[in-house]
Design a protein around this ligand. Structure first.
Ligand code: GRF
Length: 235
């Protein structure tokens, strides 16, 4: 099986990008990370990618006369990398409809909330204010509407008494680092595909696969509380 050439788009820290790179070190992982694009020259993730021997490119909006020209530069870079899949990981720009539609079904994003709840920014603060007891993260196919595309996989974590935005963000981030490699792997293997605006998931013939892919309670959380029933990763 040929591994799917994946380009990661970032704007900052790049911890999800790092998790994807780490997963792809395994030669049996179905995706390889062939390039990283940042819209910010000072994104910390760029140095991490370079230290792992991955090609990087900085494409800044300010260097392009229009949004269309910026999108065209991104598209050209993706084509230049020979991308099969595009993974947005903390990429803070909204890509134009034309670009998104061109890559639809091959472009994924991670969002730090259980969609369709808490689209947009400041998800952890909003979750605390709303008083939800369960929060988490979602990986979804990208569509032109922000944080609106079909969900591929989700991980749930509890909101604990005494949590603040930072403690909750840290718990969700741990789950993100488990979830994104799982979800990208599903897409790269063709086990999750986008059809007519929905995600179609393969049925895992093997129960062992179902066990690892269907329910995953992040280990560090199990120590905090009994999460066997609570923290789960779908599909
Ligand atoms: C993550 O919480 C991701 O879900 C959101 O932005 C954050 C990026 O963090 N889209 P990092 O750059 O991957 O560390």
């Amino acid at each position: 099986m040929s591994r799917k050439r994946t380009v990661v788009l970032i704007s900052g820290r790049g911890s999800n990008m790092t998790a994807l790179i780490a997963a792809a070190v395994d030669p049996t992982y179905p995706a390889e990370i062939v390039g990283v694009i940042s819209d910010r020259a000072n994104a910390a993730g760029l140095g991490i990618a370079q230290s792992r021997g991955i090609a990087t490119k900085i494409i800044q909006r300010a260097d392009h006369p229009s949004k269309d020209a910026y999108d065209a530069a991104i598209d050209a870079a993706l084509t230049g990398f020979g991308a099969d899949i595009v993974a947005l990981a903390g990429y803070m720009r909204i890509l134009g409809r034309g670009l998104v539609e061109k890559w639809q079904g091959r472009m994924v994003n991670i969002h730090p909330a259980l969609l369709p709840a808490f689209k947009g920014l400041d998800t952890h603060a909003r979750a605390i204010r709303a008083g939800v007891r369960i929060h988490g993260c979602s990986v979804h196919f990208v569509t032109p509407e922000m944080d609106d595309g079909p969900i591929i996989a989700q991980a749930a974590v509890p909101v604990m008494v005494g949590d603040n935005e930072d403690s909750l963000a840290a718990r969700v981030l741990k789950a993100e680092h488990r979830l994104y490699p799982l979800a990208l792997g599903l897409v790269a293997e063709g086990k999750a595909r986008m059809e007519k605006g929905h995600t179609v998931l393969a049925h895992f013939a093997d129960d062992a696969d179902n066990a690892t892919s269907v329910v995953m309670a992040p280990d560090p959380l199990r120590e905090e509380t009994d999460l066997e029933q609570l923290a789960r990763i779908t599909p």
